[in-house]
Design a protein around this ligand. Structure first.
Ligand code: HEM
Length: 290
């Protein structure tokens, strides 16, 4: 669905965007590079699509406020929440409250019993392992008749192939769980650091399917220079989190689900490695990040 017109500087090309803005920006970056500017209606914006530029921008204190749109005002109490509030005393206070009351070691410990109940997912995985054929039947029986449903376009053969692959990853995780946690035991939080393959699977999911594909947009608090370009005050800044993890210059076989790429190295998702930023980085990164 096309519904907006942008202008890409310095050429002033007018084009339409879809409802998958991260994909549009990803394709535009192939032509216009890792830092390009555009006008979103009347508003100047820049789009960042490489780890080097992301590092320079996300670690700069000049981009500590959010870009406030009408949607943000509508959804977030006139943009007064910790997510959208401007950088300043009130934001610092709200963030401090979250850090001490929600994400502190004490608060996390208090909520441990609730999390322990949820973590019993191992049993669900085991059911899945024992009944792959029934799961396949279930998938096939529930093929939708809707024209737009992707399952309709998949043959039985495709579905079996997809299942075999996902089953292989599941079996590998289960083998590790049996090995590290022990058979017929519940996973404890203290087991997680030892579950190397499981952690790699989670990171790979974040790489290919980040929950926030375009960083919650920030805004320049003052005019500044970044990556050799001048950025005026109040420019909207997007980081294409989704696009960076699909760049073949950065990732080998970027479209392949390969948890092994995270094994044997320190690559993490906590904002230190700018090749993978599912929680952002720097001053306005996800508040619960250690
Ligand atoms: C998998 C789940 C989540 C993902 C992928 C995620 C991702 C993100 C991202 C990308 C940002 C923007 C970072 C930046 O600008 O550099 C962010 C900010 C934020 N997240 Fe999350 N988040 C998740 C869960 C949560 C949860 C559970 C909470 C609260 C209970 C939360 C609270 C916040 C807050 C308060 C901010 C704004 C911080 C600020 O502007 O100072 N997030 N998150």
């Amino acid at each position: 669905m096309h519904h907006l017109v942008l202008k890409v500087g310095p050429y002033s090309v007018t084009f339409y965007i879809s409802d998958r803005l991260h994909e549009d920006f990803f394709h535009l970056a192939k032509t216009h590079g890792p830092l390009f500017s555009l006008c979103l209606g009347q508003k100047p914006a820049i789009v960042i699509s490489s780890p080097e530029v992301a590092r320079e921008y996300l670690t700069s204190s000049k981009f500590s406020s959010r870009a406030i749109t009408e949607v943000a005002r509508y959804l977030a109490f006139d943009a007064s929440t910790v997510v959208f509030g401007p950088y300043g005393a009130r934001w610092r206070l709200l963030r401090k409250i979250m850090n001490t009351e929600v994400f502190s070691a004490r608060a996390i410990e208090l909520l441990q019993p609730g999390r322990a109940q949820k973590i019993g997912g191992k049993e669900e995985l085991r059911r899945y392992k024992e009944q792959p054929v029934r799961f396949l039947d279930f998938l096939l029986d529930n093929k939708s008749d809707k024209e737009e449903d992707v399952l309709k376009q998949l043959s039985k053969f495709d579905i079996k192939g997809l299942l075999a692959i996902s089953l292989a990853f599941t079996l590998e995780v289960l083998a590790e769980l049996d090995d590290v946690v022990g058979k017929n035991k519940f996973v404890e939080e203290t087991d997680i650091p030892k579950l190397i393959y499981f952690q790699a699977v989670i990171k790979e999911v974040f790489r290919l399917h980040p929950g926030v594909p375009l960083n919650i947009p920030r805004s320049s608090d003052e005019p500044c220079d970044i990556y050799g370009y001048h950025v005026p005050k109040n420019t909207i800044v997007f980081v294409n989190i989704w696009g960076i993890t699909r760049d073949p210059k950065i990732w080998t076989d970027p479209y392949v689900f390969k948890p092994e790429r995270f094994i044997g190295n320190d690559m993490d998702v906590k904002g230190q490695n700018f090749e993978i930023l599912p929680f952002g980085a720097g001053r306005r990164s996800y508040v619960g990040m250690p």
